[in-house]
Design a protein around this ligand. Structure first.
Ligand code: PA5
Length: 390
């Protein structure tokens, strides 16, 4: 079949809701269609979070909760991205530094005045469990966020505050639960800046955007489907500026996991200091990329100019495709989540165009099995027993 006919056929595929459903066997589209409601449920669920004044772990170890000096969110993959979204959302209003920690160890500055979130959807991610243990050892204000596993078991055993989120989803679909649990915890500690109705606006905008991107909406009028069509056969390169860094990161991971495609990120303004040089020649290489630009009507003039000039002079000619996602809404949260939502659906549609079921992530599970070199759970259990006796 010619490339042209193939494209026509692919367009028809995305508008054939039944065929889409057959490929999307585990129902990622249905989960995504509930994204706004998951945000609402998450907000209600996390409202009940009680933060104790102190948690006694043993005679020599007591965690004291109050206003923290800094916040560290420990997690990996789909369980960590909520931390980046929080950090970007509150960057201009929260005076307490926030760091997302993806790894086995906490930064040296983490002490008893640090609030540490241990976030793991499965509750069994070894990097996160290792940070949890360190946080307890250093007597931090520890809060767990999980649907299951060792994290939940340990938190309950130790009496740590825990947001128990609903299970049964792929971890990356739990972003609304993890993000709003973080927000609720800051609120419960009295350190959430007043964001002037941003959450309510974001929910309304998400519902509006949903109408425009679900499978029932035809390609001719569906930005997420158009993006997927444009990115077929090439490597998505996600680009954004400032507080869209976390959204770009989310999109990258969603294209990886839902579409099963390599994907990369390049952010403004950093990209003009190096990436552009890599794009100056080698058309045979740059033509392998499809650039996704996250745009915002409120782009600062210097950023707007930079994006426009880079698009015209570098990407339009160098890339195989350039697509733009313009944010919606007034508040930062609506603008972030509206672009994230389009990216989520686009990644699922691209997976469907590739004929893959978007939900399973066998490579992650497979690698996790091969990487079990140390018995982290056993080690943690032994260390925990020692902590309780101290
Ligand atoms: O999206 C995924 O499935 C992964 O990125 C997981 O989130 C990651 O492996 C960590 O697992 P968990 O979220 O259960 O802590």
């Amino acid at each position: 079949m010619s490339a042209f006919l193939e494209r026509i056929d692919m367009s028809a595929l995305l508008d054939d809701v039944e065929r889409v459903r057959r490929i999307d066997r585990d129902g990622m589209c249905a989960i995504l269609a509930k994204f706004p409601e998951h945000c609402e449920t998450a907000i209600n669920l996390a409202k009940d979070l009680q933060i104790p004044q102190r948690v006694r772990i043993s005679n020599s170890r007591v965690l004291r909760y109050g206003v923290p000096k800094q916040i560290v969110i420990a997690g990996m993959g789909g369980s960590a991205i909520g931390g980046n979204l929080l950090k970007d959302w509150l960057r201009a209003s929260l005076l307490i530094p926030v760091e997302v920690c993806r790894g086995y160890t906490l930064p040296a500055y983490v002490d008893e005045e640090t609030l540490v979130f241990a976030t793991s959807y499965s509750g069994n991610t070894e990097e996160t469990l290792s940070c949890l243990l360190e946080a307890v050892e250093r007597q931090c204000m520890v809060i767990g966020i999980s649907s299951n596993g060792v994290l939940q078991e340990f938190s309950e055993k130790l009496g740590l505050p825990l947001v128990a989120i609903p299970g049964g989803y792929p971890p990356r679909s739990a972003v609304p639960y993890i993000f709003f649990s973080l927000v609720a915890a800051l609120d419960a500690l009295g350190i959430l800046p007043s964001m002037g109705g941003e959450i309510e606006e974001a929910l309304a905008v998400l519902k509006e955007v949903r109408e425009e991107i679900t499978p029932e909406r035809p390609l001719s009028d569906n930005l997420a489907k158009k993006i997927a069509i444009g990115l077929q056969g090439i490597i998505p390169l996600i680009s954004g500026f400032g507080f869209y860094g976390s959204v770009a990161r989310r999109m990258k991971t969603q294209f990886n996991e839902n579409s099963k495609t390599p994907t990369t990120i390049e952010l403004f303004p950093e990209l003009r200091h190096n990436t552009v040089v890599g794009w100056a020649r080698q058309r045979n290489l740059t033509k392998k990329f499809g650039v996704v630009l996250i745009r915002d009507k409120g782009e600062p003039p210097e950023i707007r100019k930079m994006i426009e000039v880079t698009k015209e002079r570098i990407f339009n000619d160098g890339a195989a495709a350039v697509v733009e996602i313009w944010s919606r809404g007034r508040g930062k949260l609506a603008r972030m989540l509206s672009t994230l939502y389009v990216g989520d659906f686009a990644s699922v549609y691209l997976g469907i165009l590739y004929g893959v079921n978007p939900t399973p992530t066998e490579s992650i599970d497979e690698l996790k099995k091969h990487l079990i070199t140390v018995d982290i759970e056993g080690t943690l259990r032994r260390k925990l027993a020692r902590l309780l006796e101290d």
